[in-house]
Design a protein around this ligand. Structure first.
Ligand SMILES: *[C@@H]1O[C@H](CO)[C@@H](O)[C@H](O)[C@H]1NC(C)=O
Ligand SMILES: *[C@@H]1O[C@H](CO)[C@@H](O)[C@H](O)[C@H]1NC(C)=O
Ligand SMILES: [Cu+2]
Length: 247
């Protein structure tokens, strides 16, 4: 959204109450865990300070900012619990529908969702700044030439590879709306803290990136064609980042 003044921004924000969101709920053992229990809480966008809790849902556009790591997060790790998860099980992230008071909120920003993991040094995930290596475990992009898979959904579910080495990790979701205007993609990023239990595997994770910096604003998965912006030829779309590691 392009805005000319703070007033217009605020009006736009209020008019689009179901348009923006945070992935505040981790899904484990088929249970939607409480908001911000295992997902690191974020700060509101200062531009929308008067919007209270809803300011947390505002996206960011600068893929070279530190927000790329875990959203507008700064130091909430120690206040966040660590979820014990079993390698090989299904996990998920779900948007908080009570922020802004809209229980019907769904993913309305048309684009892919991807999930990455990064192992915390010394297993100290509460204090891990996320500046290490990340590998991708899931991506959900287009459904067909005109629609993205996550559009209209409230959550993204995915498999935690069975051979993930045990230990504590940040689990990061990014869902974003690519744009045909350079630098205008909109990003929703959040991180959960997890403790992976399981046997681990012979094949260690591969295909690492770092955030920010791992993505390039000219990537054709971020800066899309005009046709794709108009919801055509989405089957040619390929999201940014390394290949998925399936374990
Ligand atoms: C999920 O289930 C496993 C196995 O029963 C358990 O150890 C773990 O604590 C559960 N995780 C959460 C977050 O409830
Ligand atoms: C893509 O799928 C959506 C949802 O099922 C449908 O409405 C749309 O017509 C489909 N588009 C094409 C090109 O098949
Ligand atoms: Cu928006």
């Amino acid at each position: 959204m392009k805005t000319k003044s703070l007033l217009i921004s605020l009006l736009a924000l209020i008019q689009t109450t179901n348009a923006h969101y945070t992935f505040a709920h981790l899904i484990v053992n088929d249970t939607i865990t409480p908001k911000w229990k295992y997902v690191r809480d974020v700060a509101g966008d200062p531009k929308y300070a008067s919007a209270g809790e809803y300011a947390k849902t505002a996206p960011f556009k600068d893929i070279y900012s530190a927000n790329m790591i875990c959203g507008r997060e700064s130091g909430s790790g120690p206040k966040t619990s660590v979820a014990t998860v079993i390698a090989g099980s299904e996990l998920g992230f779900r948007i908080a529908t009570d922020i802004g008071g809209n229980a019907d909120a769904v993913i309305t920003h048309e684009g892919p969702g991807q999930v990455y993991m990064s192992k915390a040094p010394n297993d100290d995930v509460e204090h891990y700044d996320g500046k290490g290596d990340w590998f991708k475990i899931a991506a959900q992009a287009q459904f067909n030439d005109t629609t993205y898979l996550l559009y209209g959904e409230k959550e993204m579910r995915f498999l935690l590879p069975e051979s993930t080495p045990p230990g504590k990790y940040l689990l990061r979701i990014e869902q974003f709306q690519p744009s045909d205007q350079l630098g205008e993609s909109q990003w929703y990023v959040n991180c959960a803290q997890i403790d992976v239990r399981g046997p681990g595997g012979a094949n260690p994770p591969t295909g690492f990136v770092r955030f920010p910096g791992g993505y390039d604003m000219f990537d054709t998965g971020i800066w899309i064609t005009q046709a794709q912006q108009n919801h055509q030829k989405l089957m040619d779309y390929y999201p940014p980042g390394p290949d998925i590691w399936y374990g």
